[in-house]
Design a protein around this ligand. Structure first.
Ligand code: ASP
Ligand code: MG
Length: 410
């Protein structure tokens, strides 16, 4: 029997009852004869609570100490789950990141895993014990505790599955899979049985918050299939795996949206080399991520208008940086709009089909939705629209691409 890596998210271990429930699920698999590594998150709300404590204490908490603090949430869960397993007669061993050598770089609060030493895990399996591993955390070469960014337990689980050569990484959560769109705003949303790594990457980074984006990058690199399932039902599940010809038949697999976007437009900047660098270097130095960028040359050929989007959270900061620059840029004005959102269609089938973008545009225009910006990749088309039309936009596109049925035809 092979190695299984399971991950249980915060809502799956949010109470003692739920921890007992999870222990029973793990025990069942253990009794089938598998070697099991279970990765857990902190109990739901605990990480937020720890972050709040730090912020209430200090205006800018030290990142190293922040990681010592927030990594404690997972320590509670591995201890409790191991106790619950032992009560069921299942030998278990709780393990913190440093105990199994989850080595990371030293980027506190967003560290990247460098490698994992499998020897302790192998010993644990050899002793017929379930390895109950704290997600989200690692250790640097200088023995500092690190964390992997919010939602990082997904990445811990996928990384473990990769180094252990597990056939599958099971991610248990409070939803039963990945949907064609947000079921909360469209009752026609349909669960996808399978999705490719690239589609999942687009969906994850575009706002479908089922998996941490980095965990999908990891899974793709090491070819680890990820099964997202509900902890509380046996049905359903979405398998994220390598692309195949069956998936390509699906032109659009899903519609996503992101309301955390804001737009800034610089009017009449000089049209000469170096201007874009002058604008975007200070933004990146202030850790502001710019998403879409559009520049159009104005009629006189000397001045251009430039628009870009940032997260709503960074909007005020970005506005003030750009306003400060506007004199130097010779810009006529800087205007901003924080009430926009990004609506996207995603699907690997787009690579081989024409007319997908135009179908999106005409569907939106039919209901009077104005498109302010557009960006495309091989497997995605995104439009910036007025935030208040986002739900309508999702429903219209879901219908236009016939996503309630499992085959789309143009
Ligand atoms: N507990 C961490 C968080 O809330 C990690 C995780 O749940 O994946 O972000
Ligand atoms: Mg999560």
């Amino acid at each position: 029997m092979g190695i299984i890596v399971q991950k249980y998210g915060g809502t799956s271990v949010g109470s003692l009852e739920k921890i007992k429930f999870v222990a029973n699920k793990v025990a069942k698999r253990y009794r089938e004869g598998h070697d099991i590594a279970v990765v857990v998150s902190a109990m739901s709300g605990e990480t937020d609570k720890l972050i709040r404590l730090a912020k209430d204490l200090s205006p800018s908490p030290d990142p190293r100490e922040m990681d010592v603090l927030v990594s404690t949430g997972e320590q509670v869960t591995i201890a409790l789950l191991s106790m619950a397993l032992k009560d069921l007669g299942v030998p278990a061993r709780s393990l913190l990141g440093f105990q199994i050598g989850i080595r990371t770089d030293d980027a506190f609060m967003k560290a990247r895993i460098i490698d994992i030493d499998t020897s302790v895990l192998r010993e644990t399996f050899a002793a017929k014990e379930v390895a109950v591993v704290a997600g989200f955390q690692g250790i640097t070469d200088t023995r500092d505790i690190t964390t992997l960014g919010r939602g990082g337990s997904d990445t811990s689980a996928v990384a473990l599955a990769a180094v252990l050569g597990a056939e599958l990484c099971e991610i248990y959560t409070d939803v039963d899979g990945v949907y064609t769109c947000d079921p909360n705003i469209c009752d026609k949303a349909r669960r996808l049985d399978r999705i490719s790594y690239d589609e999942m990457l687009e969906m994850a980074s575009l706002g479908a918050k089922v998996l941490q984006t980095r965990s999908v990058e990891f899974a793709k690199k090491y070819n680890v299939p990820i099964l997202v399932k509900s902890t509380f039902t046996d049905e359903g599940g979405t398998l994220t795996t390598q692309e195949d010809s069956e998936m390509e038949k699906e032109i659009v697999s899903g519609i996503t949206y992101d309301k955390n976007e804001a737009k800034i437009t610089i009017l009449g900047v000089q049209d000469k080399p170096g201007i874009a660098a002058m604008i975007f270097t200070p933004l990146s130095e202030s850790n502001i991520n710019v998403d879409m960028i559009i520049q159009n040359v104005s009629a006189d050929g000397k001045h251009a208008d430039l628009s870009f989007t940032v997260t709503k959270t960074d909007y005020e900061k970005a506005m003030s940086i750009v306003k400060q620059l506007s004199g130097e840029l010779g810009a006529r004005d800087v205007v901003g709009d924080p009430s926009i959102a990004k609506l996207s269609i995603v699907g690997v089938g787009m690579r081989s089909h024409a007319g997908v973008a135009s179908k999106m545009f005409s569907s939106l225009s039919r209901v009077g939705i104005n498109i302010q910006m557009i960006s495309t990749s091989e497997i995605k088309v995104s439009c910036v629209i007025d935030e208040k039309f986002i739900e309508l936009g999702v429903r219209v596109l879901h219908e236009a691409f016939e996503l309630e049925r499992s085959r789309t035809a143009l």
